[in-house]
Design a protein around this ligand. Structure first.
Ligand code: GLU
Length: 304
């Protein structure tokens, strides 16, 4: 398969789709990102990688960070995480609180905001600086020591985090948050504001594609069973409240973020990351979803 030709073809084929989505603006610092950006990168298990467009440009990973924090938490705490958060799609927006009270402060899954807050709360119970831990982990996974937080995005997000703060307090009322809410929010905004490129993220996603092992790192990053389970949660909960149509169109596990990135995994083969900042009404990259749909069709890599 000529992956370079496929990526270059997709970059041209998505051109007419720009201007139909909308860059996230509920976090003011994200509103200024140019909507016309497009990058895509593929990382194969054998170490080969391919890229097109703005694939080397760092963008705000936002909710994609939830995937890596879950990975860290599962490495440290194993299945204990599932006592704090469920593994069912929510059917609601990523920042919805509607079920949280009815379900006694236990969020549906680790990829909606309350679930990510509960997961991070568990990580913060470990000794040491959680921000540094997250940054170092992302640097290691991406094999890139210049991976860094965007402090402007982190600050902007923290200043506009009223809904996330409300969720954290509600969960604290149900004893499902143990940390100080301000510290938790500060760390959450930090993880979401990490800036990485498609190339970085495709590398970081390789262990999930390869049963936890990455030849690039020559290490097992997570266990095979954890990779299997995280992929399942990505497939069923990773793309907001349009997981069904995303699976229908794209057909591989993926995690999206409101920065316009989507990291997807072809089990046994590769990780693919796309970035295009204009979002659909659910919060997934509009052009990015179309690009991944083309990718899995052209390369026959849907798992279905
Ligand atoms: N930091 C964003 C928020 O909490 C993450 C949302 C996302 O990317 O889904 O709203």
């Amino acid at each position: 398969m000529d992956y370079q030709a496929v990526l270059d073809y997709i970059r041209e084929a998505v051109e007419p789709k720009f201007g139909k989505g909308k860059v996230a603006d509920y976090i003011p610092a994200l509103a200024g990102v140019p909507g016309g950006k497009f990058g895509m990168a593929v990382q194969l298990a054998d170490g080969r990688n391919f890229k097109t467009g703005d694939a080397d440009e760092a963008f705000s990973i936002q909710s994609i960070s939830k995937l890596f924090v879950l990975q860290m938490v599962m490495s440290h705490f194993g299945d204990m995480v599932w006592t704090r958060v469920g593994k069912e799609p929510s059917g609601d927006r990523f920042n919805s609180m509607i079920k949280l009270e009815m379900e006694h402060g236990v969020p549906r899954n680790p990829f909606i905001n309350p679930g990510a807050l509960a997961t991070l709360d568990l990580l913060m119970s470990l000794k040491g600086d959680t921000k540094q831990r997250i940054r170092n982990y992302l640097r290691y996974l991406a094999l890139n020591d210049s991976v860094e937080v965007d402090p402007v995005v982190a600050k902007s997000e923290y200043e506009h985090a009223n809904l996330n703060r409300a969720m954290a307090h509600l969960m604290k009322g149900y004893n499902n948050i143990h940390m100080d809410v301000d510290d938790l929010l500060d760390t959450y905004c930090y993880q979401c504001a990490m800036a990485m490129s498609c190339v970085d993220l495709a590398r970081a996603g390789l262990p999930l594609a390869m049963g936890g092992y990455s030849a690039l790192h020559d290490a097992s990053i997570i266990s095979t069973s954890q990779a299997k389970r995280i992929n399942a949660v990505m497939l069923t909960c990773g793309t907001y409240d349009s997981v069904g149509s995303f699976a229908y169109r794209v057909g591989i596990p993926a995690k999206s973020g409101v920065g316009g990135g989507i990291l997807a995994v072809v089990p046994g083969k590769m990780a693919v990351c796309v970035w295009a900042p204009e979002l659909d009404t659910f919060g997934n990259s509009y052009v990015g979803t179309a690009a991944l749909e083309m990718f899995t069709s052209l390369t026959h890599t849907s798992i279905f």
